[in-house]
Ligand binder design. Structure first.
Ligand SMILES: *Cc1c(COP(=O)(O)O)cnc(C)c1O
Length: 387
């Protein structure tokens, strides 16, 4: 990228890895695997073989069977399809659904929409550490509860929910369990065949694949059938019709293969980088870590201070590319709904900064980021000498 930028926003998106770009290039153009994989001719069958291979690569990463994976356009669509599809398929049995306030907007807005259509949603809050307690989940479940959706790794704080315990409880009660795993797939180890998860959303561009492709895992067990949200051809077992983007699917397969090879090494790397950043900033006056760092994916570190303006902070941090604690919804800036749910004030939420590390992040970039953050805070507090 532009060399003068320091990019520490890998939780927002990652650059496609060179291996991924090469794989996608082999699909594009007249000499590539461009044919429609639904076509029965030889070119179509070659494209279909590329799709089959990618599905196998992704299944290997998740440690599950490829026939349980449906390709989509990304985690937003997978979340919508899982939540709306499950709610609609089970509406005759009950209309109560459970989720958390700290979910990604793709999840919260799917549930808001269902509320408008007569479904009842219980919105659970985490503790100040960001974690859901099993007691609060238990007390929310009812006889007519059909679906629970709780994300794996939080995109703002990195906090990891215990999807094994949550899923086990749901399974005991015959309730479907969906998890948005957009931030954990390719980063944390998965053994989906051993996890009590019915529906799982993921997206390629969070683990060095291209934007615009993702998948929904649907466990092959009784009661997991969901309704589609798109209608058309018979692709993806009619659950997600539309001509398959062979180059993107080839890209997610290559990204999965890369993740299998690099995952443990990357986890070690980002753990060391986060520790380095934390120790460089721990003596900044009034600094707070958002979410319990001991129960978090270490590739994300979210910090707040309480006495500087969030927007001014973002500007003062340039050329550092990090995420702010506010979301821009059209014209107005709103403090992060996730940090507010953890009990942070509006100003603490707005002044939050999310640092996220990637497979090529160097120690030197972390050191520069720490210096820029320190300098920006001093400047805004009027402590720095006038430049
Ligand atoms: C990025 C992200 C999404 C959205 O993924 P898209 O591929 O952009 O649709 C959903 N959930 C979480 C937790 C994410 O981090």
């Amino acid at each position: 990228m532009n060399d003068h930028l320091i990019y520490l926003d890998y939780a927002a998106t990652t650059p496609a890895a060179p291996e991924v770009i090469a794989a996608m290039q082999s699909c594009l153009g007249a000499d590539g695997m461009f044919a429609n994989p639904s076509s029965v001719h030889l070119a179509g069958r070659r494209s279909a073989a590329v799709v089959d291979r990618a599905r196998e690569q992704l299944a290997t990463l998740l440690q599950t069977r490829p026939d349980q994976l449906i390709f989509t356009s990304g985690a937003t669509e997978s979340d919508n399809l899982a939540i709306r599809g499950a709610a609609m398929a089970r509406a005759g049995q009950g209309r109560h659904l459970v989720t958390m306030k700290t979910e990604h907007k793709a999840v919260t807005d799917s549930f808001r929409h269902l509320e408008k259509e007569g479904f009842e949603v219980t919105w659970l809050l985490p503790g100040s550490d960001g974690l859901l307690t099993m007691e609060s989940l238990k007390s929310a479940l009812r006889n007519d509860t059909q679906l629970v959706s709780i994300m794996h790794v939080n995109n703002e704080t990195g906090v990891i929910q215990n999807i094994h315990s949550i899923g086990s409880l749901c399974r005991e009660r015959g309730i479907l369990f969906h998890t948005d795993a957009a931030q954990s797939v390719g980063k944390l180890g998965f053994d989906l065949d051993d996890l009590p998860v019915d529906l799982l959303s993921l997206t390629a561009h969070k683990f060095y694949g291209p934007q615009g492709v993702g998948a929904l895992y649907i466990a092959d067990r009784p009661g997991t059938a969901i309704f589609p949200i798109l209608f058309g051809g018979g692709q993806e077992r009619r659950i997600r019709p539309g001509t398959l983007p062979v180059h993107l699917i080839c890209g997610i397969g290559a990204a999965a293969e890369l993740a299998i090879a690099e995952r443990s090494k990357n986890l070690e790397r980002v753990t060391a980088l986060r520790a380095r950043l934390m120790s460089a900033l721990e003596d900044v006056d009034g600094i707070m870590i958002n979410g319990d760092p001991d129960v978090a994916y270490p590739g994300i570190l979210n910090l707040s201070v309480d006495d500087v303006d969030g927007e001014s902070l973002m500007l003062a941090l340039e050329p550092l590319c990090v995420a702010s604690g506010s979301a821009c919804n059209s014209a107005n800036v709103e403090p992060s709904h996730v940090l507010k749910a953890l009990g942070r004030s509006d100003s603490e939420s707005e002044a939050a900064v999310r640092f996220s590390f990637g497979r090529t992040t160097a120690k030197d970039e972390v050191d520069q980021a720490a210096a820029l953050y320190r300098g920006a805070i001093d400047k805004l507090r009027g402590l720095a000498p006038a430049a």
